[in-house]
Design a protein around this ligand. Sequence first.
Ligand SMILES: Nc1nc2c(ncn2[C@@H]2O[C@H](COP(=O)(O)OP(=O)(O)OP(=O)(O)O)[C@@H](O)[C@H]2O)c(=O)[nH]1
Ligand SMILES: [Zn+2]
Length: 363
Amino acid sequence: MRFAPTPPELLSRARADLRMGVPVVLTDGARGALVLAAETVTKDRLAGLAAMAGQPVLAITARRAGTLKARAYDGDLARIALPRDATLDWVLAVADPADDLAMPMKGPFTTLRDGAADLHRLALDVTKTARLLPAALVLDLPDASAFAANNGLTALPAPLVTPLLAQSPQPNPVVSARLPVEASEAGRLHIFRPGDGSEEHYAFEIGHPPRDTPVLARLHSACFTGDVLGSLKCDCGPQLRGALAQMGQAGAGVLLYLNQEGRGIGLANKMRAYSLQDQGFDTVEANHRLGFEDDERDFRLGAEILTSMGFGAIRLLTNNPRKIAMMQKHGLTVTERVPLILGETAHNRAYLATKAAKSGHLL
Ligand SMILES: Nc1nc2c(ncn2[C@@H]2O[C@H](COP(=O)(O)OP(=O)(O)OP(=O)(O)O)[C@@H](O)[C@H]2O)c(=O)[nH]1
Ligand SMILES: [Zn+2]
């Protein structure tokens, strides 16, 4: 057993499988389920699913169900009975809100009320954290382990994997090197790699901030569009450069660059949200229509990186009270909030106003 993958490794493997369109199997004692991500399922595999015994279900989050007017009897999710004649286009239309306005009538939906939904919840969580649309085809399997073995599929033991989704994988330091930048010649970039092989995150340290006094710190979430392309739809680029400039002027600071693109939903889903924003929805409504919460980020990761670098107290550059609360909850003392109000444009004014009105951002 020494070489067998551990539950966190199986979870990472399952995410990669679902992204490729390969099904995975969830096991829970004698019970189990076959899971396919709605976004990546092929015609052939959908036909295979329909030919199996039992009632396949399309699990969606309560957020998406709300938009589709489907009853979510399980609270946080809805199990839609897959119609026998469901086509790939139908599955995609339920999962993806892109054409909601053009083709509003996808129902009526029959959603299940009886039976357990815990494996469906796990399936949705794995799909979501694989940064796919949160919608999964699920079929109960009588002998799940044998099915997985016979088909060469990744089998996830649900009781061991479910608790992992509520934890953040320990980010291990990999390497650090000197990196002079425009804001400061005394820069050092540290790379951290989570133990489950998921995306790396970075800490950029400026100067030699003493570990026994509060450090000027910024938790920056990746924004390819803002940071790299100079998007005018958000304030990320100016905030990134503004934070580095402040640290450079102060001669010390630490900026975490967390690969949590799109508030944790990934760049593809963020672009889906942008398409919805072009249809008139705001940043929060767009996330909800896609089936996500407003903010899917896990800031424990940031707290763990700062702690592992030896920082216990921070002066946090942010306008987001949730970041402050999460740092404090995870063992860091926030001695001061340093506002970071930069980069308002005609294009992002409504976005910033929505964040203030709906997400509690301080302006
Ligand atoms: N889902 C989604 N993500 C967005 C949108 N606009 C920007 N983002 C992402 O939002 C994140 C911005 O996060 P931060 O810069 O940490 O900002 P914040 O939570 O507003 O907090 P502070 O800047 O610290 O006040 C980045 O991951 C962006 O990719 C959007 O319209 N939808
Ligand atoms: Zn941005």
